[in-house]
Design a protein. Structure first.
Length: 146
């Protein structure tokens, strides 16, 4: 079941999710770099007809890639456990589900923005972002408190 946030609840989580998304971006970059190193080494082996390869170095790079991939997966799962949705790691884009006039929509935040200033429908995505206005602020809600 989805968690729904008010704007205030989502903004209170920004310092935590900002650290997490920065960590995830760094892990993604490390994973990609390691995979590129592995691909280059593999291509050298193939193009030279199976030349000698430093197996220890190759294994270490594979272990680095796997560790970064596992840590990246965990970082994304941690963000999802909070209730946020990771939309784009390249730009650090996150969505927070909320209810607006009885329908599910998403509060939208991008790394580098000082706060949450936009929302969009489920099918609209980043390009469909709309600025938060008084109507939205007065007619959105999070989970009901029991």
């Amino acid at each position: 079941m989805a968690r729904y946030f008010t704007l205030l609840e989502a903004e209170r989580l920004l310092p935590t999710v900002e650290r997490s998304i920065r960590d995830a971006i760094a892990l993604k970059n490390e994973y990609q770099e390691s995979e590129e190193n592995i691909q280059r080494a593999t291509q050298r082996i193939v193009s030279s007809g199976g030349s000698m390869v430093n197996r220890d170095q190759f294994r270490a790079e594979r272990a680095r890639s796997e560790a970064a991939g596992d840590a990246l997966k965990k970082a994304i799962e941690d963000i999802h456990e909070i209730g946020c949705q990771v939309k784009d790691l390249d730009i650090g884009l996150l969505d927070f589900p909320t209810l607006y006039r009885g329908r599910e929509v998403l509060l939208c935040w991008k790394l580098g923005e000082s706060g949450i200033g936009y929302w969009h429908g489920l099918e609209e995505g980043f390009r469909g972002r709309k600025p938060l206005d008084d109507d939205f602020l007065q007619n959105h809600r999070g989970d009901e408190v029991n």
